[in-house]
Design a protein around this ligand. Structure first.
Ligand code: SF4
Length: 246
């Protein structure tokens, strides 16, 4: 299969409605109450219960559902997006709109199962009005949940979709097109910034160098690293089993 054919596997029908019309809200966020530092959860169910009742930032006032997670809590790969959109707010699940469907296709194009091989969440768990970019104060208020999700999932690879997710997690403010596809290390884990699927929806071209082409390169790199890590971990398990038998 050629690159062009493979990329087309995650080509969604672009419709005018699918185009995001995210507008920045001019409304300034109200200061959030202080967030307890160093909160730790016994498990993700406890975290989810807290998040569902959370009122720590102004986004609580306009959300329908708190959007915490989907996928496999034991996955080696975590995918972190910016925040819920309308579909996510309505369903309570991250990445289920057009961009989410495209993300699933991207994963499936390299035989990664969106429900088994990855864990998916967002920087903020509540939808910013009109899909605006989350305010710094909102991301800071929600970050303890994200950090706890990462600690509890313990992924070996973290994919950060789009510049906002990169900035929220690592503090790196460089443009996503400059840093996408680059491996980095954060808190002892491999991270890679990737383009946001919504950006791919707005750019239909599959030409070499286009966003879809770049994503195809990146997801193949991710899959190769995933297989490498999986194989290393299986090797370690076998050694431990042999030692136990010995
Ligand atoms: S976005 Fe996060 S911090 Fe803000 S109300 Fe929702 S769960 Fe709480």
């Amino acid at each position: 299969m050629t690159d062009a054919e493979q990329i087309s596997l995650f080509d969604l029908d672009p419709s005018p409605k699918a185009k995001q019309t995210a507008k920045q809200s001019s409304k300034a966020a109200k200061p959030a109450p202080p967030v307890p530092v160093g909160v730790t959860y016994a498990d993700l169910d406890a975290l989810k219960a807290d998040a569902i009742a959370c009122q720590k930032c102004p986004l609580a006032a306009t959300r329908t559902n708190v959007v915490v997670e989907r996928g496999n809590r034991q996955a080696l790969i975590a995918i972190i997006g910016e925040g819920p959109g309308q579909n996510e707010d309505e369903t309570g699940l991250p990445f289920v709109g057009k961009a989410g469907q495209l993300l699933d296709k991207i994963l499936q194009s390299v035989d990664l199962d969106p429900e088994k091989d990855v864990y998916i969440c967002n920087v903020v768990k509540c939808r910013p009005p009109n899909n605006r970019v989350p305010e710094d104060i909102e991301m800071a208020a929600c970050k303890p949940y994200l950090l706890e999700q990462i600690r509890l999932i313990d992924p070996k690879i973290i994919l950060l979709t789009g510049a906002t997710a990169v900035k929220a997690v690592t503090g790196d403010k460089r443009g996503i097109t400059k840093i996408r596809g680059e491996w980095g290390e954060w808190e002892g884990r491999l991270i890679m910034p990737i383009l946001h699927p919504a950006y791919l929806l707005r750019n239909a071209s599959r030409e070499k160098g286009s966003p879809k082409w770049l994503m195809w390169q990146d997801i193949q790199t991710v899959k190769a690293k995933y297989l490498e890590i999986k194989s290393q971990l299986q090797g370690q398990d076998n050694i431990e089993e042999d030692e136990e038998e010995f």
